[in-house]
Design a binder for this molecule. Structure first.
Ligand code: IPM
Ligand code: MN
Length: 373
C-alpha cells in the first residue's frame, strides 16, 4: 500500500517519540512491502518562532495532501506562565483538528498484563481493563464563542453542540460498541447543562437503531469516580470534548503511565494519530520519554487503513519490549534503556516478524542495531 504521511513532531519530546514511531513504520514497510512517503511540517512553538503562526498555511497544506497525519506533541512552559499570551502552541493543534474536520477522538485504554504492578490502583481493579473513549473533538466549550470584557474582569467560553455534531460521533461509538462488548456509556452533566440534555436525547434516539448495545448514562463527576473504583465496567465511553479531555488523562494512569496511551482523531477526509501525552518539556532531549504511545498511535494508523496484520506485528513487538523490561524510566526507574532503545527494539522485532526461530531466541535482538534509520 502507498501512504502519504504528514509528520508533525511539534514541541518538547514530540520529535523524539515520533522518530521512534517512524522507525517502526519503516520496519513495517520493509517487512510487509508497503511504501510510506513522509513530509514534515512545523506546528506549535517552533512554528510560532518561525512564522508567528502555530499552524502555518504550509503545514496545513501538507496535512491536507496527506492520507494521514502523525503528530508528536505541542506546548511550552513559557506560554503557561503568561496567561495573556495571545498566540499559544496548543492553538496549532486545535486549528488543525478544526481545519481537517477531525471530529472523533478515539482513545483506547488497556492494561498490559506485564504492567499491572505499575498502576497506582490495586491489581484486581486494573487487570483486564479494556475500554475506549470516544471524545467529540471539534465542538463544545473548546470552540464556542470566547469573550472577555474590556476591563478583563469577566470572561466566558460558550459550550455549544448541534444534533449533527452529536449524531456523527454517536454512530461511530455505537458501531465500535457493536464490535466490542455491546455497551456504551454516555458521560455528561445532564443534571445541570442543557447541552448535555441534548446529548442524551440525540444519543438515546440513535441507540434505538443499535438494539444489541446497552446504553447507560453517567454524570461526569460520577464517571471520574467510577474510572478509579471499577474501570472494568466500561466498554465504550462516549462524551463531549472537554469531559473527554479530562477523563482520558485520568484513565491514562490506570495502565501505569500516560506514556502508553495512543489516540486517533478521525474525520471524513483525513485522520490524525497522536499520543495523548503532552510535550513534557523537562524531558526534551534526555532520551527518557516513553515512545510507546507514539508507536501505538502509528499502529492505530495502520488499523485505520485496514493493515491489521501489520498493526498486530507492531503491537506484538511493543508487548515484547514491555515483557522483556526494555522500557523507559516512567515504567522502571532503574532502567538502562531510553527512548531510542525502545524504538530500536520494537523496530528490530518487527523486522524479524517472519522469523519464528529468531523470535524463539529473541535474546539475539540487538539493541540499537536497527539498520533502517
Ligand atoms: C489533548 C491535549 C489538547 C486538548 C491540548 C494540547 C490543546 O490536552 O489532546 O488532550 O486539550 O485537546
Ligand atoms: Mn488532554
Amino acid at each position: 500500500m502507498e501512504l502519504r504521511i504528514a509528520l508533525l513532531p511539534g514541541d518538547g519530546i514530540g520529535p523524539e517519540v515520533l522518530e521512534q514511531a517512524i522507525k517502526c513504520l519503516r520496519a513495517i514497510e520493509e517487512t510487509f512491502g508497503h511504501h510510506f512517503t513522509t513530509k514534515e511540517g512545523a506546528i506549535g512553538t517552533i512554528a510560532i518562532d518561525k512564522t508567528g503562526n502555530p499552524l502555518p498555511e504550509e503545514t496545513l497544506q501538507i496535512c491536507q495532501e496527506a492520507d494521514a497525519v502523525l503528530f508528536g506533541a505541542v506546548g511550552h512552559p513559557n506560554f503557561n506562565i503568561d496567561p495573556k499570551a495571545k498566540t499559544r502552541p496548543e492553538q496549532g493543534l486545535l486549528a488543525l483538528r478544526k481545519a481537517l474536520g477531525l471530529y472523533a477522538n478515539i482513545r483506547p485504554v488497556q492494561v498490559f498484563s506485564s504492567l499491572v504492578d505499575n498502576s497506582p490502583l490495586k491489581k484486581e481493579i486494573v487487570s483486564g481493563v479494556d475500554f475506549v473513549i470516544f471524545r467529540e473533538l471539534t465542538g463544545g466549550i473548546y470552540f464556542g464563542e470566547k469573550k472577555i470584557n474590556e476591563e478583563e474582569t469577566v470572561a466566558s467560553d460558550l459550550c455549544e453542540y448541534s444534533e449533527f455534531e452529536i449524531s456523527r460521533i454517536a454512530h461511530m461509538a455505537f458501531k465500535a460498541a457493536k464490535n466490542r462488548n455491546n455497551k456504551l456509556t454516555l458521560v455528561d452533566k445532564a443534571n445541570v447543562l442543557v447541552s448535555s440534555r441534548l446529548w442524551r436525547s440525540v444519543v438515546s434516539k440513535i441507540g434505538e437503531s443499535y438494539p444489541e448495545v446497552t446504553l447507560e448514562y453517567l454524570f461526569v463527576d460520577n464517571a471520574a469516580m467510577q474510572l478509579i473504583l471499577n474501570p472494568k465496567q466500561f466498554d465504550v465511553i462516549l462524551t463531549e470534548n472537554m469531559f473527554g479531555d479530562i477523563l482520558s488523562d485520568e484513565a491514562s494512569v490506570i495502565g501505569g503511565s500516560i506514556g502508553l496511551l495512543a489516540s486517533a482523531s478521525i474525520g471524513n477526509d483525513n485522520a490524525l494519530f497522536e499520543p495523548i501525552h503532552g510535550s513534557y518539556p523537562k524531558a526534551k532531549g534526555e532520551n527518557i520519554a516513553n515512545p510507546i504511545a507514539a508507536i501505538l498511535s502509528a499502529a492505530m494508523m495502520l488499523e485505520h487503513f485496514s493493515l491489521y496484520e501489520e498493526a498486530m506485528a507492531m503491537r506484538e513487538a511493543v508487548d515484547k519490549s514491555l515483557k522483556k523490561g526494555i522500557v523507559t524510566p516512567d515504567l522502571y526507574p532503574d532502567t538502562k534503556y531510553g527512548t531510542s532503545h525502545v524504538g530500536d527494539f520494537v523496530a528490530d522485532y518487527i523486522l524479524e516478524y517472519d522469523d519464528d526461530d529468531f523470535k524463539m531466541n529473541d535474546e539475539n535482538i540487538g539493541l540499537g542495531k536497527s539498520t533502517i534509520i
